[in-house]
Write a new protein. Sequence first.
Length: 128
Amino acid sequence: MSNPFERYDLDPREGIAAITQRLKELAEEAKDDAERERIREAWEELTLHPARRLKAALFAHPETRGPLGMPPSFPRRRAAQAGPTAVGLELRDLAARPSVLLALGVSEVKDEDAVPPFEDDPVLRGLP
């Protein structure tokens, strides 16, 4: 059985009301009872069975992924090629950044002596 979304040129993103309206129009234009019966069965399939409607909707559109064996595109490269957003903000501008001082246990810096010395830090040793 073919996909009812494709067979009757229905948009899978539309709801039950739009599906019902379109199939009602097609049923009124049907030439014989057999065709009306097929439209009624499609209507029942798409409106009375949500799981079946979802499955049909997922398989309604053509494949948009690249062919097998082709490496996936990298999201960062695509975002960089797209350019800045309309308002000039990017996701990194909205993300909360961790505080180094809070991670070190310093809640507020009142003077330079409150910050622990970094000379003994094993990660930073050897850095210029």
